[in-house]
Write a protein that binds this ligand. Structure first.
Ligand code: DX5
Ligand code: ZN
Length: 214
């Protein structure tokens, strides 16, 4: 089954509770955390995760676009994240392992994220211990960018590795996913699709979420 994770980066931050109710038919709430260092943008952080936690029964999929995420993963777990993903480019391999271990010690799911220029092999050291791998299909930092179809090769490669080594692991894509590009992602082997503008710009949000399932 294809899961949809609407990104609240495209929601109205003055009306987050209302905008989270609008995506009740989705599978995850995708929360983009940016520090202005790992990416050239600043979004939301721990207090916002804590505030939105009681507004939904959907799992919170927290995408950390921050340097040295090991410093903060426990706080995001305690704030109510169900799944925390960290970029492999954001720290040393040892510290990424430490971040994953801390997330697991809190009883939460952990994932690693690859930027467009990062090869599939960069996920290998973590493949057997994570619950999700996220492939960026835009440069992280902003919503509303154009889908990078050339990332599909990486998705196909990772699907094969996941099926061999950790079949329970989810494979997520993030960036530029719409009712057309979702088909390419699903065909390449992704099973969780993040969509920000395609969901929040839609007239009929539940219908758009259904359409993104392919
Ligand atoms: C980009 C974020 C995405 C973003 C996707 O750095 O990680 O989650 O919200 O937005 P769309 O779907 O508009 O490309
Ligand atoms: Zn994201």
């Amino acid at each position: 089954m294809i899961k949809i994770a609407p990104s609240i980066l495209s929601a109205d931050f003055a009306n987050l509770e209302r905008d989270i109710q609008k995506i009740a038919s989705a599978d995850y709430v995708h929360v983009d955390v940016m520090d202005g260092v790992f990416v050239p943008n600043i979004s939301i952080g721990i207090p916002v995760v804590k505030s939105i936690r009681p507004t939904t029964s959907l799992p919170l999929d927290v995408h950390l676009m921050i340097v040295e995420p090991v410093r903060y993963v426990e706080q995001f777990c305690d704030a109510g994240a169900d799944l925390v993903t960290v970029h492999v480019e954001a720290d040393t391999e040892e510290n990424i392992h430490a971040a994953i271990d801390k997330i697991h010690a809190r009883g939460k799911r952990a994932g690693v994220v690859l930027k467009p220029a990062t090869p599939a092999g960069a996920a290998l050291p973590f493949l057997e211990k994570v619950e999700l791998i996220l492939v960026m299909t835009v440069e992280p930092g902003f919503g509303g960018q154009k889908f990078m179809a050339e990332q599909m090769e990486k998705v196909t490669e990772l699907r094969k590795l996941i099926d061999e080594k950790n079949p329970g692991c989810e494979l997520e894509v993030d960036g530029g996913v719409d009712p057309e590009t979702c088909k390419t992602c699903i065909a390449a082997g992704a099973n969780v699709l993040v969509a920000g503008s395609a969901v929040y710009k839609a007239e009929d949000i539940p219908a758009r979420i259904a359409a993104l399932r392919g």
